[in-house]
Design a protein around this ligand. Sequence first.
Ligand SMILES: [Zn+2]
Ligand SMILES: [Zn+2]
Length: 186
Amino acid sequence: MDKGLPAILITRSRLAEGVVDWSGQLPLDEDGGAEDVDLVGPPAAVLRADESGSGGIHVTGRVSATVSVRCRRCLVSEPRELEHAVDFRLEPGVDSWDEAPGLYTLDERLEAVDLLPALREEFLLSLPDFPVCRPDCKGLCDTCGTDLNEAACGCETAATDSRWDALRQVAGGSGADDNDDTNQGG
Ligand SMILES: [Zn+2]
Ligand SMILES: [Zn+2]
């Protein structure tokens, strides 16, 4: 907390009395720490914290944000609404290098526990790994940089020399051409 960023604190004495509800904005950096993604506004969270039953804290709820996502193929940025359900635990004795999903270290000595580091991690996990503007985005031409969604540029991408075709026919090769169209919907 060098920059004096606000924390999201849950006190363990209040948790001992019952569930603690929290809602508000997550004070994250401008890009949330992610490539190709910019936060349009601060993400909001609606959370419920409860004792986990093993000395830790169980947090459920959801995080939502409006982000500007840049397509990896055509590099066009566009706004997108993200909504991500969170369900994670902070437990004592968890090794912070142990990359178990949804499991974070709890310092038992602290009376007030900051949920922000875990929420920041959960938010980053909710972001798309390989953002594309649409599944069939054609991207940019490698040669001239034209956005192939908008125009065909006419560049010869994989130059095939027709003279070799004639040689293959002489050699009796069938020229098997596998059109492996693996269309994955969604
Ligand atoms: Zn695109
Ligand atoms: Zn081109």
